[in-house]
Design a protein around this ligand. Structure first.
Ligand SMILES: [Zn+2]
Length: 407
């Protein structure tokens, strides 16, 4: 056997089934091109040729981390609104000062594509520094054809310019644009008849998402959007049951959605339906924290039913200005009572499922992308244990070091 690179003397949390963390001690990983070519115990690998060998000094290796739910591309931010609120401003005062999601929509519409890329790069960098190698980015602050397209194009550009795979999700049905006030069905028609078909034709959409909520779009409107996505062969995802129970989880499952997200108010029927359809529960502790929510998603129900759980930053300017995925592991354990292993599965193998890329990403297995993180830790639980900090020692994305291991 011959590899471009042989990583030796490491412990690997492969995140496959079986042993806790799918762990292999005394391991080696062969990398050829941008793929994993071999993984197993070093002693089982004899007579191997490798162009390059790296001794990882018994460090832990995990799959590259996957942030499967973000809204990273937008204009402006809402730090001013955050400060106003904490100084006692009322909702009306903030709205009058141009706050809320409308302010982000206005700033996004006013931003050029280059400006959107530049500001998102600043937010993406700290995620990549922690070992994120795949990120999902949603549109949803343009709410018109041109700006939704600009957001998705900016997402694609980020994937070309930075060492990260980007999955672009069209969330045109995120909020009602101000010019459609009291005409939400007309806006849904625009999303269904123009925005999704046109942007799909331009190759900009990997998945379609809807915010199904009393303050956003109804289950009936969600169906209209999902029917269009289905006809075009685009996978769907759903923001469901964040603030109230609208049977969104069951609706997502009915359409074979990759994932349903938030889910604080998910009911038993929804959980059972998700288990049956293989829909991943994406839980977002950053939004739970920032909104000071108290209702915890039904974690035990998901566990019992065998629903795969993922976690993500939900990085967005309003309800989760999160720039650390590792912090979400800690929050998932503290707020949601995840085990550290569930947390790590939530940002690797289950996050890959939530994006429909589990055949190529999410575990350390032969044939998968050589997305790997080397950690300065004694046990994988530390990734959930520390509050802040970044123990990544080396990062590889698609077979290339983006952070070199040092001796
Ligand atoms: Zn979201």
């Amino acid at each position: 056997m011959s590899f471009d690179l042989l990583l030796e003397n490491c412990r690997v949390a492969t995140m496959t089934e079986g042993a806790p963390y799918g762990a292999i001690e005394g391991a080696a990983i062969g990398v050829s091109g941008d793929k994993i070519a071999w993984i197993g115990k070093r002693k089982d690998l004899d007579g191997t040729a490798a162009q390059q060998r790296v001794d990882l000094q018994n460090r832990w290796v995990t799959p590259g981390l996957i942030d499967c739910h973000t809204h990273l591309v937008y204009g402006g931010d809402r730090a001013n609104e955050f400060e106003m609120r904490l100084k006692g401003a009322t909702y009306e005062e903030i709205a009058r000062a141009g706050g809320g999601i409308v302010s982000t929509v206005e700033a996004t519409r006013a931003a050029s594509q280059a400006e959107l890329v530049q500001s998102a790069q600043k937010r993406l960098k700290p995620l990549l520094a922690e070992g994120v190698t795949v990120v999902e980015i949603k549109s949803g602050y343009g709410l018109d054809l041109e700006t939704e397209g600009r957001q998705l194009r900016a997402a694609r550009t980020l994937g070309e310019q930075m060492p990260v795979s980007v999955r672009a999700t069209c969330l045109a049905a995120h909020a009602l644009p101000p010019e459609f006030k009291d005409r939400s069905d007309d806006y849904v028609a625009l999303v269904c008849d123009r925005i999704i078909p046109v942007l799909h034709q331009q190759g900009l959409i990997d998945a379609v998402d809807v915010f199904c909520e009393k303050i956003a779009f109804s289950p009936a409107q969600t169906r209209r959007v999902f029917d269009v996505a289905k006809k075009l062969g685009i996978p769907v995802k759903l923001h469901a049951e964040q603030l109230s129970d609208l049977n969104g989880a069951a609706l997502a499952a009915e359409y074979g959605a990759l994932s349903a997200e938030h889910l604080e108010w998910a009911n038993d029927a929804g959980i059972a339906a998700m288990a049956k359809s293989g829909t991943v529960a994406v839980l977002l502790p950053g939004a739970f924290y920032a909104l000071r929510e108290t209702r915890i998603p039904p974690i035990e129900g998901f566990r019992k039913a065998g629903v795969a759980m993922a976690i993500a930053t939900d990085s967005n300017p309003g309800s989760s200005p999160a720039l650390s995925l590792l912090l979400m592991l800690s929050m998932a354990c503290t707020f949601f009572r995840f085990t550290p292993e569930e947390s790590l599965r939530g940002v690797t193998v289950n996050a890959a499922r939530a994006l429909g890329i589990d055949k190529s990403h999410g575990t350390v297995e032969v044939g998968k992308a050589a997305d790997l993180v080397v950690w300065d830790i004694e046990r994988p639980a530390e990734l959930s244990y520390w509050i802040g900090g970044n123990p990544s020692a080396a990062i590889m994305q698609a077979g290339r070091w983006t952070k070199e291991p040092c001796a």
